[in-house]
Design a protein around this ligand. Structure first.
Ligand SMILES: [Mg+2]
Length: 434
């Protein structure tokens, strides 16, 4: 790469959207989120930019932004060429690693920077990220993964076999994605703060828009859940997939009894029934609730916990998150683990910009890893897309394959200014919303 691709500056922004005013995103554990991005821009000498962010729900976004700043020394003065090596350099830095290791605020900061590097690399190569990854040689993909702590479940050789097996159909799947897109489900009807009329109207709209699955938030009050699920089932009809999401609300025993009390409404999966760290608890819940599936992942902190969940039979749906684990690289490890264990990946996307990012990972999975969309579906939420340069496009219940180069991560400059915290106009210039 030339001097033009030398990264000469890192810029960060604390961006917050006052979504709590409308109860968008409200659930049993997060009643009033302000969807936020700890946002990073990498600038190259030649003018190219890479954008990335960590998603938070408001307070603490300043802490997340400060964590991103500590990574400036790893990227300024470098080029986005060997992203396997650069990711491992950040994740293995012994002093920063002490703050995790490989979990929490510091790991999410690495994710933001890694994803910004991938946005930059994809732009420099003139391809949308899903296609850049989907056209890489299997050996190169394997070189992006950190196999430390994985080899008892997945070796580099096995990863290579998975990728080679998927190679023959790649071109056909790229063509199919470009024509038809990738299936989506919508969480928009199901936020806990919405009233029954809004729930009914949004369920109907989801069907009219071509979605084949919706998700409802549960876990605050059992009678409310029964009433809301009855309404959703009435509107959607039998056989339509309705997932439920407790956002970590329950202990193991109450997860089992609560979901059993909702069984008559035929929930397709129960999401985050308990702590995302509780590998064995999830396994107990999965055994007790089968054939209802257990789904989790949006708060699973790294590939090691995913590995254990797959080994223990704790989940039947892997919900990776584009901005939580160590970015694109660690998510490739998680996609390969899921393929090894034969578990479908249905990514998490409830947040600002997560739909934009995660579509690329699911499409890469289809093209080059699992080779399948069977029982695979990407979450869709309808908020805040208008603030992005290259927002997701949903048609007939499907994400349309992004065509613009990059990772679809960039917010519009006017959004960065309007929602800057605490000084932006959306926050009255002083962090208040009233
Ligand atoms: Mg969820």
């Amino acid at each position: 790469m030339t001097d033009a691709t030398l990264i000469v500056a890192m810029e960060t922004h604390d961006v917050r959207f006052p979504t709590s005013r409308y109860l968008d995103g409200s659930d049993a554990m997060n009643p009033d989120p302000d969807y936020s991005a700890a946002y990073v821009v990498l600038r190259c000498a030649g003018g190219a930019e890479g954008h990335g962010f960590a998603f938070t729900i408001g307070r603490g976004n300043d802490v997340q932004t400060a964590a991103i700043r500590t990574l400036e020394r790893f990227v300024v003065g470098r080029r986005p060429d060997d992203l396997g090596a650069l990711y491992k350099e950040m994740a293995h830095d012994s002093q920063l690693r002490w703050l995790g290791p490989e979990k929490g605020v510091m790991h999410m900061a690495i994710s933001a920077v890694v994803n910004a590097l991938w946005d930059l690399k994809a732009k420099l190569e003139g391809k949308p990220l899903w296609r850049l990854l989907g056209e890489m040689e299997p050996e190169e993909i394997v070189s992006l993964v950190d196999f430390r702590y994985l080899s008892d479940a997945l070796t580099p050789g096995e990863a290579l076999d998975i990728l080679r097996r998927a190679e023959p159909g790649r071109a056909e799947r790229i063509a199919r994605l470009t024509a038809d897109g990738y299936p989506a489900y919508t969480t928009s009807p199901g936020w806990l703060g919405y009233d029954d009329d809004k729930l009914r109207r949004l369920c109907k709209e989801a069907i009219d828009d071509g979605f084949t699955q919706i998700k409802l938030k549960v876990g605050a009050d059992l009678e409310d859940d029964r009433r809301r699920l009855r309404i959703a089932r009435e509107v959607c009809g039998p056989g339509f997939r309705i997932a439920i999401d407790a956002n970590q609300r329950w202990d193991v025993g109450s997860a089992i009894s609560w979901v059993n009390a909702l069984r008559e409404f035929d929930p397709y999966w129960v999401e985050e029934p308990t702590s995302p760290d509780d590998v064995l608890g999830h396994a107990t819940i999965a055994r007790a609730l089968a054939p209802i599936k257990v789904a989790t992942g949006e708060h699973v902190q790294n590939r090691v916990v995913f590995k254990q969940m797959l080994q223990a039979g704790s989940l039947s749906v892997v919900q990776l998150d584009a901005a939580r684990v160590g970015g694109v690289n660690e998510n490739i490890a998680i996609l390969l683990l899921a393929a090894k264990f034969g578990v479908p990946v249905c990514p998490h996307a409830g947040g600002v910009g997560l739909c934009e990012l995660v579509q690329h990972l699911a499409m890469f999975d289809y093209v080059a890893v699992s080779g399948s969309t069977d029982d695979r579906i990407i979450e869709y939420v309808g908020h805040l897309h208008e603030h992005f340069v290259d927002p997701v496009v949903i048609r007939n219940g499907h994400y349309q394959a992004p065509a613009a180069p990059g990772f679809s991560a960039a917010l519009l400059p006017e959004a960065l200014a309007e929602y800057a915290f605490p000084g932006g106009p959306a926050w009255n210039g002083d962090g208040s919303t009233t």
